[in-house]
Design a protein around this ligand. Structure first.
Ligand SMILES: [Zn+2]
Length: 432
């Protein structure tokens, strides 16, 4: 007995030490962000079945990536208006519920619904969208079904890390929101107050998802940069913007002091899926951000990005509309029935992505699935060089927009809903 007691004591002390080590061990979570989930009418045609719709093939190739994340987030830029009003693509989107089901099955957890298309089926459509998404177990932010709902802040737990999500839109394409239902759409003007409400809940991390910017510009305008700086100064560690439908550069910003976390800024992640074909609107990007909580401090520890491409084929025997990781498409053209013209486009997309988006061109033979973002203390957009690039991009985008229209492929929209912009600046929030 005398010998047994010290052994027990030793085991007890070891167990205690093990438990405290487990407590000290930092919690980690991988957050995944994708761009715009669009649903143009050709996508509906491809998904049409004898009975209902099947959008699962659209996401099959990226499902393993999306579902591997602890939390996956995207911009749901359509409405679920229900079958009675008929399903429609651009300019007023209403999509079958099966689309949202496929997005869920692909592994997405959180959707921002604050965007210029949220009122496409007026308030009834907005409300139905939020309710249906929540019935499908999504968490949503940005549009709301009641004033109480609007006052809440979405906070999700990922491996013990509490993350607040906030989103806002610049507008609703000129479709008015009734004065007694202003709470239904979160607008950019409310960002400061909403950020304060989120901070009051003491989350470990705040993710801001503004719908802002200028469609088809390859770099963010100054007004967007200023707004994102404000979000960071109000406590967002991640600012993931959307609206331009093209991929803009992504940044992992080194912290200004040791006690702060690096920040992730995505100015626009492009179309995750859409039927917009002119390059680079056929491209999107997935960002994976690893965060770590140690004690009371939560930090971004790394981030990488995966370029994606939307393949559209309506030729007989190969009716597809699907998201492919760029590398998969480049390496397996036969398996994915990729045409010679598409393969040429994919090679060009690789150089555009690595050169323009990442800032360092990678030879084709070194193409990878994912590219790590390097932390940089330099603001890539604060130099005189940026202004030149922005001007050139604006000019190009203006020409392209005039040639091929806005959200809808092949259309030229004029006046309020798009087309050529007036020469008046600034062009922060055009309506699409
Ligand atoms: Zn938009």
């Amino acid at each position: 007995m005398k010998k047994i007691l010290p052994v027990f004591l030793l085991l007890f002390v070891c167990a205690l030490a093990g438990a405290s080590r487990a407590q000290d061990r930092p919690a980690r979570a991988t957050l995944l962000f994708a761009g715009d989930l669009m649903a143009h009418s050709p996508q509906l045609a491809v998904a049409r079945r004898k009975k209902g719709y099947d959008f699962a093939p659209s996401f099959a190739a990226v499902k393993p990536i999306v579902s591997a994340a602890d939390l996956a987030v995207a911009n749901f830029e359509t409405t679920l208006g229900g079958g009675r009003g008929g399903y429609t693509g651009y300019p007023c989107f209403s999509t079958p519920d099966e689309y949202a089901q496929a997005v869920k099955n692909a592994g997405f957890d959180v959707l921002t619904t604050a965007n210029n298309h949220c009122m496409d089926r007026r308030f009834a459509g907005l409300e139905r969208t939020v309710r249906r998404l929540r019935e499908l177990s999504f968490d949503t932010c940005g549009t709301y079904v009641s004033s109480d709902d609007r006052e809440g802040v979405l906070v999700r737990d990922a491996n013990g890390i509490r993350i607040a999500f906030l989103s806002w839109t610049y507008g609703t394409n000129g479709i008015p929101v009734a004065s007694d239902k202003k709470w239904s759409v979160a607008r950019l003007e409310a960002a400061s107050e909403d950020m304060a409400r989120a901070r009051a809940l003491s989350p470990d991390l705040v993710v801001a998802l503004p719908h802002i910017g200028t469609e088809y510009l390859l770099t963010p305008p100054r007004s967007v940069m200023a707004f994102v700086e404000k979000l960071l100064s109000w406590g967002a560690q991640l600012a993931i913007a959307s609206h331009p439908h093209v991929v803009q550069p992504l940044e992992l910003r080194a912290p200004r002091s040791d006690d702060r976390s690096p920040a992730v800024v995505a100015w626009s992640m492009g179309n995750f899926i859409s039927n917009q074909r002119p390059a680079p609107r056929d491209m999107g990007v997935i960002a994976r951000v690893t965060v770590e909580k140690s004690g009371d401090v939560t930090r971004v520890v790394s981030a990488d990005v995966i370029p994606t491409w939307v393949q559209v084929r309506t030729a007989k025997g190969a009716r597809v509309s699907r998201v492919l990781p760029l590398l998969s498409a480049l390496k397996n053209p036969a398996a994915f029935q990729i045409s010679a013209a598409d393969l040429r486009r994919l090679r060009q997309a690789h150089f555009d992505f690595t050169g323009r988006v990442l800032g360092k061109a990678v030879p084709l033979k070194n193409a990878r699935l994912a590219y790590a973002l390097e932390a940089s203390s330099e603001d890539r957009f604060s130099t005189a060089k940026f202004d030149e690039r922005a001007l050139a991009a604006k000019k190009r985008a203006g020409l392209k927009a005039a040639e091929s229209g806005k959200d809808g492929p092949g259309r030229v929209q004029k006046g309020k809903r798009g087309g050529r912009r007036s020469k008046r600046r600034p062009v922060r929030n055009i309506q699409s």
